[in-house]
Write a protein that binds this ligand. Structure first.
Ligand code: 1HN
Length: 363
């Protein structure tokens, strides 16, 4: 017996048909087809800039509001203005600025989301991963790969006369939205607040960070880099040397990517990270790529002009420790009158593994 209400004869046939199928959780593809397969990416994200002069006072104020221990991770999340409430800076990536004060500990835990850290300010903190501590210095790039135990600590004392008496701030980059999309998130708290140190600081760097590898030890069977810390000193020196001795790239200046030394691939399977130098007087050409990217200004000053595919354009004036986001398929044009160093990360390895990554360098 047909229990459907009689068709509403006031509606055209098509609308009546849509109503009839709707209650059976069916919908006509032809109404959404164009939006489902756009001719080019139409990111819901917008470009955005977080000047450090604006963010820093709030970050320091967060230190008065809650302890690192109570917060577990005391972070101000950089939310894309078009994705508020989603803890996302792009559709696939999370970014936040974390504050640790002298004497504080951010307790040990692990999760399937991969994380990277880029140190923005301060001295005296460390990140511990798999039993080894890495001292955090401004400009250092550190990874805490999927399912590895990690905790942070600040060994300075509030009254220390040395450099380590102040706050330490770093950028956290995680693949949280991506893992959420895949419904593949697991997490555990550690049994102890700080994991015990099982190998001295610098051991991983000595094993894998000098273009050499252990002879009687196979490469660890992991998807992530066996190096946890990539010190700024070395990245900076490489960029410096190349800026003096090699031709500049008209789009990127001098740009290098961080690698897993065992595979040559990205340090973690879901995120790529790069550092680039724009020499004084650099006026870059525009380019766009399908991987939206998050930038941290390491040193110097510059300008980023970001234009969406519909022509909306923003020009950000950049100073040290500023952060900004370039959404997928937005053109980015970089310039610097006095010279500038930029760190960036994106979901490029995921797109490359799936054969989706595209880049276009415009004249
Ligand atoms: C996390 O584990 C850290 O370990 C930082 O410092 C930010 C955001 C969401 C989930 C886990 C960290 C995080 C996070």
């Amino acid at each position: 017996m047909d229990l459907q209400p009689p068709p509403d004869t006031a509606l055209p046939d098509r609308q009546r048909f849509y109503q009839a199928i709707d209650r059976h959780h069916l919908t006509p593809l032809w109404e959404v087809l164009h939006a489902l397969v756009p001719s080019q990416p139409q990111s819901p994200c917008v470009s955005a800039h977080w000047p450090y002069a604006t963010v820093r006072p709030f970050l320091l104020a967060s230190g008065q509001v809650i302890s690192a221990e109570e917060a577990v991770r005391r972070v101000l999340v950089l939310e894309n203005p078009a994705l508020r409430g989603q803890s996302a800076i792009t559709q696939s990536l999370y970014a936040g600025l974390q504050l640790l004060l002298p004497g504080e500990i951010a307790p040990s835990h692990r999760h399937t989301q991969s994380a990277l850290r880029f140190v923005v300010e301060g001295q005296g903190a460390y990140t511990a991963v798999n039993g080894e501590r890495a001292t955090m210095r401004p400009g250092d790039f550190i990874i805490t790969p999927s399912w590895t135990w990690h905790d942070h600590g600040h060994t300075g004392q509030p009254g220390d006369s040395v450099d380590s008496s102040g706050p330490v701030v770093w950028l956290d980059g995680l693949d949280i939205p991506l893992v959420r999309f895949l419904d593949a998130g697991f997490a555990e708290n550690g049994a102890v607040r700080s994991q015990s140190v099982t190998q001295p600081e610098g051991t991983s760097l000595a094993r894998f960070g000098h273009n050499m590898a252990p002879v009687r030890q196979d490469a660890p069977a992991t998807l992530h880099s066996p190096l946890f810390s990539y010190p700024y000193e070395r990245s900076r020196e490489a960029l410096d040397t190349l800026s003096r001795n090699a031709p500049l790239d008209p789009w990127d200046g001098v740009k290098l990517r961080y690698v897993n030394p065992v595979t040559g691939g990205a340090p973690v399977p879901t995120m790529a990270a790069c550092m680039q130098l724009l020499p004084a007087g650099f006026a870059g050409q525009p380019s766009r790529q399908t991987d939206g990217a998050v930038y941290s200004v390491v040193e110097g000053e510059g300008e980023a002009t970001i234009t969406s595919s519909t022509g909306t354009s923003h020009r950000f004036t950049l100073s040290a420790c500023d952060h900004f986001v370039v959404p997928s398929w937005h053109t980015l044009q970089l310039a610097s009158a006095s010279g500038c160093v930029l760190f960036s990360f994106s979901d490029r390895p995921v797109q490359q593994a799936l054969g989706l990554h595209r880049e276009e360098r415009l004249p």
